[in-house]
Design a protein around this ligand. Structure first.
Ligand SMILES: NC(=O)c1ccc[n+]([C@@H]2O[C@H](COP(=O)([O-])OP(=O)(O)OC[C@H]3O[C@@H](n4cnc5c(N)ncnc54)[C@H](OP(=O)(O)O)[C@@H]3O)[C@@H](O)[C@H]2O)c1
Length: 233
């Protein structure tokens, strides 16, 4: 039986690269996002690898939508081996100048999503006595920077969530890894006039996640920082 991975925000960017990489490695893949068309397109590509695919619209800023999606996936698959909390959105801004509501929007999409997905999936991992949760944070959660504003706050909080989950879940044999990437070439950087070579490739993040999962079950890489070789942009 294939192993199962659930990737939030799986339709584009890092999430899409993860979905393709895991499908190529014969994992069954569950993905969610808001844009149905993009999900359906990717689902077709994933099925070419002869794996089971669940691709559903789910707005991860809505806890009820998350719970419904997770219930559906668990009803079909009974267990999830890997959860990748990847969905996120970037809005540049300064705390003192951002429009009201910016922090709420970013916290809902970037933090509460991971919080509710983890809550929804962890109990089945506890029952199985194994599991792996990856949280995709950012270097913006390690170091504040000009125009980082609420995005940076949401990623600092994500790192806090990773630490809390790790403490709670380690005695259940569930590994938690927080990955903090620098600039990864995705839609988030659309229009930026820099060569591809200045970015991390999304596929490299996928390879890292896959390889970490392949380490011995007693080994947990707790925090990983990944940067372009020339540093942050
Ligand atoms: N790219 C970078 O340089 C970089 C660096 C560090 C960390 N990160 C983090 O890596 C993660 C992925 O980033 P990315 O660059 O791959 O982003 P992206 O290309 O913009 O893709 C974001 C993905 O998340 C989904 N998504 C966004 N809001 C959502 C919502 N409310 N509900 C459901 N799905 C939602 C998008 O699909 P829909 O729009 O269809 O919903 C899409 O599949 C994010 O957490 C980001 O903060 C990225």
């Amino acid at each position: 039986m294939n192993k199962k991975v659930l990737i939030t925000g799986g339709s584009r960017g890092i999430g899409r690269a993860l979905a393709l990489y895991f499908a190529e490695k014969q994992f069954d893949v569950a993905i969610c996002a808001r844009n149905q068309e993009k999900l359906e397109e990717l689902a077709l590509e994933l099925k070419d690898f002869k794996v089971n695919v669940i691709a559903e619209v789910c707005d991860v800023s809505k806890p009820e939508a998350i719970k419904a999606f997770c219930s559906k996936v668990l009803a079909q698959w009974k267990q999830i081996d890997i959860l990748v909390n990847n969905a996120g959105t970037y809005l540049p801004g300064k705390v003192t100048e951002e429009t009201d509501g910016t922090l709420e929007k970013l916290i809902e999409t970037n933090l509460y999503s991971a919080y509710y997905f983890s809550k929804s999936i962890a109990s089945s991992m506890i029952t199985n006595g194994s599991g792996y949760i990856f949280n995709i944070a950012s270097v913006a959660g390690l170091q504040a920077y000009p125009n980082g504003g609420s995005y940076s706050i949401s990623k600092f909080a994500m790192i806090g969530l990773s630490k809390a989950l790790r403490e709670e879940l380690k005695s259940h044999n569930i590994r938690v890894t927080n990955i903090s990437p620098g600039a990864v070439l995705t839609d988030s950087w659309a229009g930026v006039d820099l060569p591809e070579s200045r970015f991390i490739s999304a596929k490299d993040i996928a390879k890292i996640v896959f390889d970490l999962h392949g380490l011995s079950p007693q080994t947990d890489v707790e925090d990983l920082v990944v940067r372009p070789i020339l540093g942050d942009i």
